[in-house]
Design a binder for this molecule. Sequence first.
Ligand code: Q5B
Ligand code: MG
Length: 301
Amino acid sequence: MLKLRRTMMYVPGNNPSMVKDAHIFGADTVMFDLEDSVSINEKDSARFLIYNALRNIDYEGTEIAVRINGLDTPFGLQDLEAIVRAKPDIIRLPKTETPQDVIEVEKIIEGIEKKIGMEVGTIKMMAAVESALGIINAHQIATASSRLVGIAIGAEDFVTDMKTTRSLDGVELLTARSQLLLAARAAGIYALDTVFSDVNDEEGFANEVKHIKQLGFDGKSVINPRQIDIVHDIYTPTDKEIEKSIRIINASKEALKKGLGVVSLDGKMIDKPIIERAERVLTLAQAAGVYTIEGGEKIGY
Ligand SMILES: CC(C)(COP(=O)(O)OP(=O)(O)OC[C@H]1O[C@@H](n2cnc3c(N)ncnc32)[C@H](O)[C@@H]1OP(=O)(O)O)[C@@H](O)C(=O)NCCC(=O)NCCSC(=O)C[C@@](O)(CC(=O)O)C(=O)O
Ligand SMILES: [Mg+2]
């Protein structure tokens, strides 16, 4: 089954009540943060909290990521030493600028895995790109380690680096988002969009989600439980899309029987890429729980 990563919800690593209940809101991934939502004087206590939470709280199968501090800070190495031992699914690197940043973290993770007898490769990685240099190096970053399940854009830091600000239409991010997506797709890994900081602007948020879905992102980092359903609703194939995909696949099967590569449905050409897109709609629908593919046969609509 396809692993959905429509939402990765940031949870400040210094907030015990948020950390305890983080999984109950239904985000596809919960991401405990040790970096920018934690002040310098709380770095050690947050690391301790997250280490203990991962070891003692049952997150009921929700994918867990931890955003560590960069290795260029006094906290990054200590974060890795503690957090790898607590076995999250994913370590997220902030402010990744070069493939060496990824390789350096991977070596440390591997060293800890070996030291504690954990199978090498258990901990996956995700790299956040948040600067002009990172975007320019996006493909090298995306292919720097087989542990990488995805790359993400961090827009707040990126626009600061670009000496601009964020707007509702996101014009300042278009090139960076596109470059990040190209890098992720060429590397065959997930592409995650950035946070939308105004949790009360539901309309602005929904418009941004529609925009990044159309660009091709797999999902988005979110900062508040109220943002989760908005993303999931927009990302879940509609009944109409599912029905159309089934008709396309059935038409393609008929074409195959007749030995045809191209067939027409409702006056529109149906060929291989269109069939692939229809298959993906059904795969996404199944992963989202709104459609069933049983024994290779598509049923349930
Ligand atoms: C925004 C706000 C303060 C609003 O507070 P409010 O109090 O108004 O929220 P309410 O809606 O009233 O909360 C209702 C109930 O949900 C609970 N609840 C809320 N949020 C929850 C949550 N996240 N996790 C679990 N539980 C939660 C809450 O405890 C309450 O529970 P209860 O009291 O029991 O009813 C709050 O959400 C929050 O702190 N968010 C996380 C912020 C954060 O992590 N920022 C760092 C990551 S970005 C970054 O670093 C930039 C970046 O790097 C990013 C990139 O890479 O893209 C770049 O460069 O761009
Ligand atoms: Mg950031």
